[in-house]
Write a protein that binds this ligand. Structure first.
Ligand code: PMP
Length: 416
């Protein structure tokens, strides 16, 4: 629904636009031009993990701009870049015993994915990439070819040449999907070329909050090692603390060859990053460049978040604490309506899905009813059948509870 005529010249983007114009924001609250306040359970699809207009970020940016810090440096070394790299190494990589080189790509998540796919093919000298049903990696040619939802490409004539899809964990009930992957790799008649890499999200964000188990991820990693395939984890949506740990794969103890990060890595400013194991840095100078790589303002914003939220486990602990509140309340709502609706609740940390199994179309109505209760929540899944919860990780307990009460009211009204 497009209610604001003066924006009619904007190309239609996402399926639904909320019928108001937002003006200001703070923490988990968005305020529109009429002064109505909304609790934000979407947070820019995981871009605002530290909340809207986070004070640490605001202060750091104002100070940096006032001292004439470099805003654009192309590939030059800058103080902001140096300090971000130091902080990322010390705060994130070292304590986790991870060793990666950092490659700044173009500013969006898609750019990081494209870089990873190009590098994997270059290093392995093979073109096939294995991706998974329901995975989402972006909508430009290469990333779209490994995105599992046909809707994004049906009429764009983009080929899936050089991509093979395998069923994600849980895609078939009661079947170990990786058994098939292994069999296909061994079987010369399967039609599956040995891939350069496997790319996956450990929790599928756009695809419906589908969660890979620890055992499945470990088995996938051992297949990759056995067959000399690179393992790429796309942590653009569920990295940066969303799952409770900084990286979504930490709980499984796996060690991907490459990791893509974007969205909240820049504290809400455009930034994307590819982490690659040092031996994979086989680029020739100038082989993969671009103008807006490594935005200095995003380095400043990112560093201040790393320093304030990742020096200890406080944010992780807060995420797990709030997860319990979120999960319990969603479960309570599901139980209340269980005679009429089969509701599945799944997630980890502060990424959750609420799926009404026997009525796929209802999710978008729940989102609309929630908006009427001054709550922003979006849908995801192959048919938009899952209501998605991604509040800022820093949301106050009070706002979280109030948002959940509004959600309950919306669901009750719709189901009554
Ligand atoms: N990968 C994942 C897992 C994503 O969730 C997204 C964005 N939703 C992308 C890649 C693409 O990122 P961007 O939209 O910033 O290009």
């Amino acid at each position: 629904m497009r209610i604001f005529e003066n924006l009619e010249s904007e190309v239609r983007g996402y399926i639904r636009s909320f019928p108001t114009i937002f003006e200001t924001s703070k923490g988990a609250i968005l305020t529109d031009e009429q002064g109505n306040e909304y609790i934000d359970f979407f947070a820019g699809a995981g871009t605002l993990n530290y909340g809207h207009n986070n004070e640490h970020i605001q202060d750091a940016l104002i100070e940096y701009l006032k001292k004439d810090g470099i805003v654009h440096g192309l590939d030059m070394a800058t103080t902001a870049k140096k300090e971000f790299i130091q902080s990322f190494n010390e705060t994130i990589l070292k304590p986790r015993n991870l060793e990666y080189k950092l490659q700044f790509t173009g500013p969006t998540g898609t750019n990081a994915v494209e870089t990873a796919l190009k590098l994997a093919r270059l290093v392995k000298g093979r073109s096939n990439i294995v991706a998974f049903t329901n995975g989402y990696h972006g909508l430009s040619q290469g990333s779209l070819a490994v995105t599992g939802n046909n809707e994004y490409r049906d009429e764009s004539y983009i080929s899936r040449a050089n991509a093979t899809f395998m069923p994600f964990d849980g895609y078939f009930d009661d079947i170990n999907t990786l058994k098939y992957f292994r069999k296909f790799l061994n079987d010369g008649s399967s039609g599956v070329d040995l891939p350069a890499a496997v790319i996956l999200e450990t929790i599928q964000g756009e695809g419906g909050i589908n969660i890979a188990s620890k055992e499945w991820l470990q088995e996938l990693e051992s297949i990759c090692r056995e067959y000399d395939i690179l393992l790429i984890v796309d942590d653009i949506q569920v990295g940066n603390g969303r799952s409770g740990d900084f990286f979504s794969f930490e709980f499984a103890g796996i060690n991907p060859d490459m990791v893509t990060l974007s969205k909240s890595i820049g504290g809400g400013l455009p930034m994307a990053l590819l982490l690659l194991k040092p031996d994979l840095d086989q680029w020739k100078p100038g082989e993969h460049t671009g103008t807006f790589r490594g935005n200095n303002l995003a380095f400043v914003a990112s560093k201040v978040c790393l320093d304030n939220y990742w020096q200890n486990d406080d944010l992780s602990n807060a995420v797990f604490y709030k997860e319990k509140i979120l999960k319990d309340k969603l479960q309570q709502i599901a139980n209340k309506h269980k005679d009429d609706y089969t509701i599945d609740i799944r997630g980890r940390g502060l990424v959750y899905g609420f799926e009404v199994k026997n009525d796929k179309a209802i999710a978008s109505q729940i989102s609309e009813y929630s908006f009427n209760e001054n709550l922003i929540c979006e849908t995801c899944g192959s048919d938009g059948q899952v209501v998605k919860f991604l509040p800022p990780l820093t949301i106050s307990e009070e706002d979280l509870k109030e948002g959940l009460n509004r959600f309950e009211k919306a669901v009750d009204k719709l189901f009554e």
